[in-house]
Design a binder for this molecule. Structure first.
Ligand code: ADP
Ligand code: ZN
Ligand code: ZN
Length: 750
């Protein structure tokens, strides 16, 4: 008796196990390779699953269904990628089928063969081939089509498709219907050839693709050491932390390391926080390496994404720059993974499969036995800690490249100062001074909109969001009030909805309001606002950055969109308008994030030959963190913050997961999490739970949100516990009444 063949398949469903199927009828067993897509019946629908393994036994006692068909002649995921995804599912305790689905471009999640498009073709039958067109004299349209088909078929021995028939003009469909009735024409479907691989549209490349023109820079000694040790370490797994102050030339280290990777016939994957924010980085890669650079980011449509994916997996693309989900890009010849701005929060996916692209990059490099390079001027405390313990190799670039000086930085005590729309008088004077000297000014305010609150001066009414514990932000230009948490919006009321007074006052500052104030103070200068509201449409960010960079604009005002990675050679003054928020947040990472943000913004000052100045407005000039900040001593900051973490046993001195639950009634998430906490307590004493507590914003989009913090000294204890407890959670009675999710290594408690 021949052995049974059973396929273990990852099916995109919120379930933790894989599912067993029999092979589809008539398929060559040699083609049943892990990583291939299968169309399978699942409940009442069909879906696309990934073949995990082929085995001879099933633990499933019922009769197995057969898969419907094998979708690909070759696996879409290689074995290393499958191992990475298995690890991802296990580490994040996420349903395996959803993990596999998340790793595929949307196009591959549908039951269509890769690159094959079905196409209708109309072809003459033998009778049609021999028919005399003059028999159709009374129907000139039919006659013309018959003639064309005959000529076409004699030449190419094939039928015609829709595009070809369309070129004849007029209504060919009803004519061809008649020809079908006469049995002169038959219609068939055919697979057209792979469209993506032959596409030359370069759709993923928003910039025109030009040949490489740029020459390598002569490295300074620190860069040289970094590049050398990276080049020597190729071909084996190692994590290196490139810790280089802003403007120290990290990009050049990436470029020259990659050059060696390419020489060895291997590919490089470069992960960046947000592509829209790094057109300059992409441009530098293209100038250096030309069209072998491919870009993958969330702004692409499905077709563009898919063709980038294909260029990577066919080996056509040698360097792939992408945002977090690009960590799943297939690479037949991986040589290095680089994670730029490794501290950045947007490398963490906050919905669904909540993964850290940085951590997955490290695991992927380990599985592929290649080096991974993490770059930052302000490393995450985790990476900093790992580097100081020697687990990561530290590559330090302590000085700015090309002789640019560090900016000077000072605190500006704004208590009791006269302020105009959030800008203090001394800061206004400094702005004037820098503008007079021909410098550019960059102001940072991490709040978009006109003002964060609308208040009735007569009765005290405040514009609250109906669905969130939050105020509505005023957007003056649009004459709207909007909730930045759930997207709710309304017309800006001219009168108070409570007392009908017209004494409506904006309270607090947003970038739009600051822009207006600046226009008043500096009417002869060009002001540019860069935030999510001014950069929504495709290409806007690029255009604004170009204006900023070229010096066309004199004053830049923006949110953190302005702070990341940009190189503005003319900026000599950076003003940080409101840094105090970060000092008093409940989130344990708030001070780390604030320090990183301030230093990143500050790093925009004086990057070329003009010396820079940074002014931080604050109401808490005595705050120790701010004092260390102005010393620009990130080592000191990191050491202090790490010590605080150690004292209260927070990561990296412990391992945490956050179990979140939400529902329209507050009691359901509470009972769910209480029961979860009880389950956990019954299982082990190596893991502690804290809570449930309301999320920092308890109600959002009409739902009450609670969370349970799960903490362990050892990573293994945490994962063993979750392995045992997570499957039970869905069986708890209140589980049906809540939406719950698990966040491993959360970066954010909102
Ligand atoms: P980072 O990414 O570390 O902030 P960049 O890589 O953007 O810094 O480099 C900052 C500036 O210094 C860029 O204009 C870059 O061209 C320049 N630069 C980098 N390395 C060198 C070098 N070895 N010699 C001269 N200029 C350099
Ligand atoms: Zn009122
Ligand atoms: Zn809201």
């Amino acid at each position: 008796m021949s052995k049974r063949v059973i396929l273990s398949v990852a099916v995109p469903a919120p379930l933790y196990q894989s599912f067993d199927y029999l092979p589809p009828g008539g398929v060559n067993p040699a083609l049943l390779l892990p990583g291939s897509r299968l169309e399978v019946p699942f409940g009442r629908r069909h879906c696309v699953g990934i073949l995990l393994s082929v085995k001879t036994d099933s633990e499933f006692s019922g009769s197995l269904k057969a898969a419907i068909r094998l979708l690909d002649a070759q696996p879409v995921l290689d074995l290393l990628m499958c191992r990475l995804l298995d690890w991802t599912a296990a580490y994040y305790h996420h349903p395996i089928g959803e993990v596999y689905a998340a790793a595929l471009p949307v196009k591959l999640r549908r039951a269509k063969s890769v690159g094959e498009k079905k196409q209708s073709v109309w072809q003459l039958t033998d009778a049609g081939l021999q028919a005399d067109p003059d028999a159709l004299k009374r129907s000139p349209r039919q006659r013309a089509i018959l003639l064309t088909l005959q000529q076409h078929q004699k030449k190419s021995d094939s039928g015609m498709n829709r595009e070809q028939l369309d070129q004849l003009g007029g209504d060919w469909r009803s004519a061809i219907k008649k020809l079908i009735q006469l049995d002169w024409v038959c219609k068939s479907t055919r697979l057209s050839t792979n469209t993506a691989a032959t596409s030359t549209d370069g759709a993923t490349n928003t910039e025109p693709v030009t040949a490489a023109t740029d020459k390598q820079l002569t490295l300074n000694s620190h860069q040289q050491m970094a590049v050398q040790s990276m080049q020597q370490g190729l071909g084996q797994f190692q994590v290196s932390l490139l810790y280089g102050v802003t403007g120290s030339g990290k990009t050049e280290v990436y470029l020259q390391t990659i050059a060696r990777v390419l020489e060895q016939g291997q590919q490089a994957l470069v992960l960046v926080p947000e592509i829209g924010l790094t057109p300059q980085l992409v441009a530098r890669f293209r100038q250096r390496f030309g069209p072998i650079v491919d870009v993958l980011h969330s702004g692409l449509n499905d077709t563009e994404r898919f063709s980038g994916w294909q260029r990577a997996s066919s080996g056509q693309a040698r360097i792939i720059i992408g945002t977090r989900s690009a960590v799943f890009t297939p690479l037949p010849e991986p040589g290095i993974i680089i994670v730029d701005e490794e501290h950045d929060g947007s490398l963490k996916q906050m919905e669904g499969l909540r993964y850290s692209a940085r951590d997955l990059a490290i695991m992927r490099a380990r599985l592929s036995n290649i080096p991974v390079l993490l770059g930052s001027a302000t490393p995450s405390l985790e990476s900093y800690h790992n580097a100081s313990r020697g687990r990561y190799r530290l590559l330090h670039l302590p000085a700015r490249a090309g002789g640019a000086l560090h900016p000077t930085m000072h605190l500006l005590d704004v208590r009791a100062q006269s302020m105009d729309e959030g800008i203090s008088w001394p800061l206004l004077q400094s702005i004037q001074k820098h503008l007079d000297k021909g410098g550019q000014v960059l102001l940072f305010l991490n709040r978009r909109g006109y003002a964060p609150t609308l208040l009735c001066h007569d009765c005290g009414w405040v514009a609250h969001c109906q669905r969130c514990d939050s105020h509505m932000t005023i957007h003056h230009k649009a004459q709207r009030i909007r909730c930045h948490h759930c997207g709710a919006e309304n017309r800006l009321p001219a009168n108070c909805p409570e007392c009908n007074s017209d004494a409506m006052r904006p309270v607090g500052q947003g970038t739009e309001r600051t822009e207006t104030a600046l226009q008043k103070h500096f009417p002869n200068h060009r002001i540019l606002r860069i935030d999510r509201d001014t950069t929504q449409r495709r290409g806007q960010m690029d255009a604004l950055l170009k204006q900023a960079e070229s010096g066309e604009a004199d004053i830049l005002i923006g949110t953190q969109l302005l702070a990341k990675g940009h190189h503005f050679p003319n900026v000599t003054l950076v003003g940080i308008l409101n840094s105090d928020q970060g000092l008093f947040s409940v989130d344990f990472r708030a001070s780390e994030r604030m320090a990183q943000q301030v230093l990143q913004v500050a790093g925009r000052a004086g990057r070329a030959d003009k010396p820079g100045e940074v002014i931080i407005q604050t109401h808490s000039p005595e705050h120790p963190l701010l004092h260390t900040l102005v010393q620009q001593d990130y080592d000191q900051i990191a050491r202090t913050l790490l010590q605080e973490r150690e004292e209260v046993k927070l990561p990296p001195y412990s391992h945490i997961a956050l179990l979140r639950a939400e529902a329209t009634q507050a009691e359901h998430p509470q009972t769910f999490l209480q029961q979860a906490a009880k389950e956990i307590a019954g299982y082990t004493n190596k893991v502690e739970t804290f809570g449930p507590v309301p999320a920092p914003m308890e109600r959002r989009a009409g739902r009450y949100r609670y969370q349970l913090l799960i903490q362990a000294d050892e990573r293994n204890s945490l994962h063993n516990l979750l392995n045992a407890v997570i499957p039970k959670l869905s069986t708890l009675t209140p589980a049906k009444r809540v939406r719950w999710s698990l966040d491993i290594d959360p970066v954010d408690s909102y």
